[in-house]
Design a protein. Sequence first.
Lengths: 397, 178, 298
Amino acid sequence: MGLKLKSKPISELEYIKWDPEKVVYAFSQGNETCAESAVLAGCDFFGGYPITPSSEIAEVLSRRMPQEGRVFVQMEDEIASMASIIGASLGGARTMTATSGPGFSLMQENLGYAITTEIPCVIVNVQRLGPSTGGPTSPSQSDYMQVKWGTHGDHPIIALSPSTIQEVMELTIVSFDFAERYRTPVILLMDEVTGHMREKVGYPRQEDISIFTRSNELPESGDYKPYDLSVKSGVPPLISFGEGVRYHVTGLIHDEYGFPTRNRKEIRDWYDRIYRKIDNGLDRILRYDLYNLEDADTVIISFGISARTGLEAMIQARKKGRKVGMVKLLTLVPLPEEMLKEVIANVDRVIIPEMNRGQLILDIERLNKKGIDIIPVNRYDGEIISPGDVLDAIGGC
Amino acid sequence: MMERFDVRLAGLGGQGLLLAGLILGHAVTIYDKRNAVQTVNYAPLARGAPSRAEVVISDGSIYFPEVLNSDVLLAMNQSAYDEFKSQVKPGGIIIADTENVKNFCQSEETYKFPISKIAKLETGRTITGSIVGLGIISIITGIVTPSALTNAVKTRAPRGTVQTNLRALSAGLSAMEK
Amino acid sequence: MKRTAPMFQDYLRPDKRFPSVWCPGCGNGVVLGCILRAIHALDIPRDKVALISGIGCSGRMPVYADFNTLHTTHGRALAFATGLKLARPDLYVIVVMGDGDAMAIGGNHFIHTCRRNVNLTAIVVNNRIYGMTGGQCSPTTPSDLIASTATYGNIDQPIDICHLAALAGAAFVGRSTVYHVRELEKIITKGLDKKGLAVIEAVSNCHTYYGRLNKIGRATDMFKWMKEETAPITVVPEKRKGKITRGIFMDKDTVGFIQHYEQLVEKAIKNMEMLRQWKKKRLGPDINAKKAQVANNT
């Protein structure tokens, strides 16, 4: 017993240089904050289609983007929104779209395209009850599996999930960095409550933010391979269209130059590389906050809005002398499996509050080699989980 | 240090409750330098449907963002009073608009004001009733300073309504004297 | 305008991707040739051209051309192109689609791209059938004709691409055929030079499926059909009766989306200045105005 694990907070990435003198505090809504943070992160292009409960993101950006001389365009649907941000990204823009369940379902087609062609973009999904029209104004966390496997075919992806408005701000900025750095779509997974609640949030200045930027530099050999297999990191640099290198981009499985291939080895190597690039980046990609694990026999593992409930329950349980710890996942996909394995190996039981019928729990159970108790706390009626629900699961409080 | 103070503003759409919640949260965080979380209950209809805004105030971190039982309930109509009076913490208070809440039961400490009437008299618009309510909450509970509220109204009230809302606020702040 | 014949190898990727996937006698090669000659005539550097396609026979066209080339998903090419063009207004963005691509699965994108009047050149290669996948029925397959998914004859009405484009707001709309090569080339050249959206329908042939299933014959027979069953818009309507009209149907002066957006940016910046002054006046000197202002902006 006795876990020595350390948090991997967002601040460790040092994308934001906080100057206490220059921080501007606002009482800001999640969706508005996401939009403002995208502007701060240097988002050049937003293509979207309004949908509750994410519409405020589009509304704010329709006002803010033109003020900055950047592009806001309302597309005809979410399929086109996703296509437009991929096209713009290929043109060198930092791009984002925002949506909710039904729209996210429509985006899956071109999300797969962005994964296959390795074009950076950020997709915000403010979750609501589903499937179908579901509950437009009701919060949910039931898109966890869709984020991982919504589009067809084998693929890696990155998804980040904020639980406070400050995290909305910071993770929006991180999303743009990860998208460019790993040439992948990044999903910022919010929910109706995080989208609509207001909280105090500190904003840095634009000049205090430094994230990954495309260099657009030709390799010395002059031979540009947009899908170079030999790059050690697994991420060949992306040169934007119009920068003097004329190459081909296709959703077909392609060779190193981007042309369609049916060569078995090239196909296999391509899949292996797009997984390798994420695996190589895990140390940076995996972000989580850990609380009171040192002496914990019971650990709550959660994300997003349910992580706040988890923390409240942990504090109340501690007051009653219960040894409860907490894992708050900021990076949801990929999961920090090594850390979770170690937690599971050292505690008696794990409690997983999530606003669905049990999705994250399936992935945690996979890691449970020791066979400890894994207790779900599920709520799927459009209300968030209350601390009492989690305390009941802890028992004896 | 105050750990957690829950405020619930409840009534009907069109009574300005969402704006009041926003102004309270803004005042507390930006001018009183505390923490606050404001959540809203979205109804598909803007006017006439049940509406409420809830604000959690603390000097420390706020984890659970929603209000379960409140320290203050501002009840702007009868159904809000009926629904939420039982969800007031022991020692908590209810502030009721006697223009719209007629049937009271003897339970929690209840402060009764003709809020809508005050609003109508001061500003000519009952929609400012929630801002009158904020003034009353400030005086009775001290959870937010009058100056913070004044500044928050100035920054957050929609264009063209600042003076109206300031009049409503000062009517609320002086309602106890009458 | 350059009128010299282009060196095709300057615009193609001959070392990598030939022979093409197209059947001998296919009109897709003619359309590609027209595009290359139009680019050459306007003297547009290859680096400044983006050739975008959807899925289908025409979708393979970008592979062969030495530009910035993008082969997108079925029906979505215009939406990708919209994003690219708005991010890089300096690029000439040419979109090549098939009739199934542009009118069926991409029909909505087509209408809205016309409405938005984005500065793109959209070329619809209309062979009236899904050629690549085996001759299935498309939105431009004429009524009663046979397709592999219309075994007893097509029960739907065909869509008129040019009519739809003009109604939906495209700045420039023209039609020719792969038989009338010079005319097609001329229309594409005009379209490339247009502010706003240019839609060009290139009537083409699929003798492999459309011609065979409907007993029209081989490629040469289909070219003959294009020659005989079409008429230029310049002749009197009686002589065009029952035939497909060729020519330019719409050519209006518009600013196009890009310039329109620039005007919007100017307006937004001006409004921001006005808002700033208004807030300064409203907030008065007694509070920490600067912080509050920024806070309110968020």
